[in-house]
Design a protein around this ligand. Structure first.
Ligand SMILES: [Zn+2]
Length: 235
């Protein structure tokens, strides 16, 4: 008998017991007191603890990137991030290190992409489990994330971002019926939403478009790996 991964008591990332509950996206991203009906997955202590510092790092940068006068990203910044910056000055120094003013009056912050990747790995694994009732299997798919709001000096990553963005909008225009849309919560503005494109379920490649505060966009590409019999081909 196949045991449903959701009903199993294991962690969403590993075989360890899922002793805690992980909200996805994290609660800190949402206004306080909002009647949250966030989804949760079971998590082992290790995966839960290792995640919380990345959560604050990512939230801070998303807010810095999308905060405009009076919008939800700004109020989230004031509520959830400013206190943290005051409590932990080193965290603020780390965020500001290497930042500079640009000619258009915007401030540019360097990003540690590994911390973003680790956040989006976790979020994508949670979405995967919730949607397919199976733990993400790195033998079946490789995972990478494309950050549409970031400027990179690396031409290859900019090209990848443009390609991922245009294939998402091609899908939206031509195969809207294959896109499953989800919105986490609505206060006045949508905090988090995603579009999942998985026409063949887990049997082929999967694309997930994430959007925070209406404007911070990330595309997660789960590319189907070659079956073992074909992997040495071309070596
Ligand atoms: Zn775990």
């Amino acid at each position: 008998m196949r045991v449903s991964a959701k009903r199993s008591k294991a962690c969403y990332r590993c075989e360890a017991p899922g002793e805690t509950r992980e909200h996805f996206p994290p609660k800190a991203f949402f206004p306080k007191g909002a009647n949250l009906q966030l989804k949760t997955v079971r998590s082992c202590k290790e995966h839960n603890n290792s995640k919380s510092e990345d959560d604050m790092y990512v939230l801070t940068h998303i807010c810095l990137n999308t905060s405009r006068h009076g919008n939800l990203a700004q109020s989230t910044f004031l509520r959830a991030v400013v206190g943290q910056l005051e409590k932990a000055p080193k965290f603020g120094e780390m965020i500001a290190r290497g930042s500079r003013w640009l000619e258009d009056g915007e401030r540019e912050y360097p990003i540690d992409v590994r911390r973003f990747d680790s956040f989006f790995d976790a979020l994508t694994c949670a979405i995967y489990l919730d949607k397919f009732d199976a733990r993400f299997d790195s033998d079946r798919h490789t995972m990478r994330h494309v950050y549409l709001n970031f400027r990179s000096e690396d031409d290859a990553s900019m090209a990848m971002a443009r390609l991922a963005e245009s294939s998402m909008s091609w899908f939206a225009t031509n195969h809207a019926d294959h896109i499953e849309h989800y919105e986490a919560d609505r206060v006045d503005e949508v905090v988090y939403e995603n579009d999942v494109i998985a026409p063949a379920g887990t049997k082929a490649s999967i694309t997930i478009g994430h959007r925070f505060y209406g404007s911070f966009r990330v595309i997660s590409l789960l590319t189907q790996t070659l079956p073992p019999s074909l992997r040495s081909y071309g070596d």
